[in-house]
Design a protein around this ligand. Sequence first.
Ligand SMILES: [Zn+2]
Length: 245
Amino acid sequence: MRFYQLQRPAPSTPRHWNGSLSAEHAWSLPGVECPTCHETWSGQFALPSVDLSSLSERDLLVEPRVETHAEYARLASHVQPFLPAGLSPEPGMQFGPLRGTARGAFGPLSTRYGWEVLVTQEALRHLQTVGIRGLVPVRAELQGLDAGVVLYELEPPLRGLLHRDDVLTGPRCPTCGWYEVRIAPEPSLDGDALPHDVDIFRPENGTTFTFANERFVEAIEALGPSDVMFREAGVVPESRTGSIH
Ligand SMILES: [Zn+2]
């Protein structure tokens, strides 16, 4: 099985589609100004399927901003019960559907960032029909689309790992969780942790990357061109380092 990283095409690459979005997720935790490590930061991790509309503090999660760590921690404690088991909130974490405006025409698959995956309704139906696994679609709430056009954001599950040789991390701040991370520009996947139950995923140690296997890529390419590049990723056994056979 081959695996591919989803990437935006280079700016100089001619596009098949002219669609553009001005949209953000419905809610987000503020960024944090940390009294311990003195970093001011917010991450990019989005969980569009998490619905915070019943949270009494939801109005405080609309305007992106930076807060003190105390206020951030207070809001994060309210959000925690809504998260999937095993996931902790982090500064800047985004929730709910994309809301905003769209213009132009969209291909079967599109992305503004490496961590965002959008499909048309027709593409979603096709992926579901051919049995693509790991699809968590959330309908984007967009004004300005042509009549009858609907876009869904996919929430790729957290599975698998980037190969550890491609990820350098520093110590984690005990207060806010910040840590320095450097990821190789074209990371490989850890061959001993490949996901076999899903066809699209985000690695647990590289959540701003989206990977798909050849089943997903073949299914989406059958629908015609999209403005998304698929870079084939190396698959390297975790035990490569120092092992002799
Ligand atoms: Zn910190």
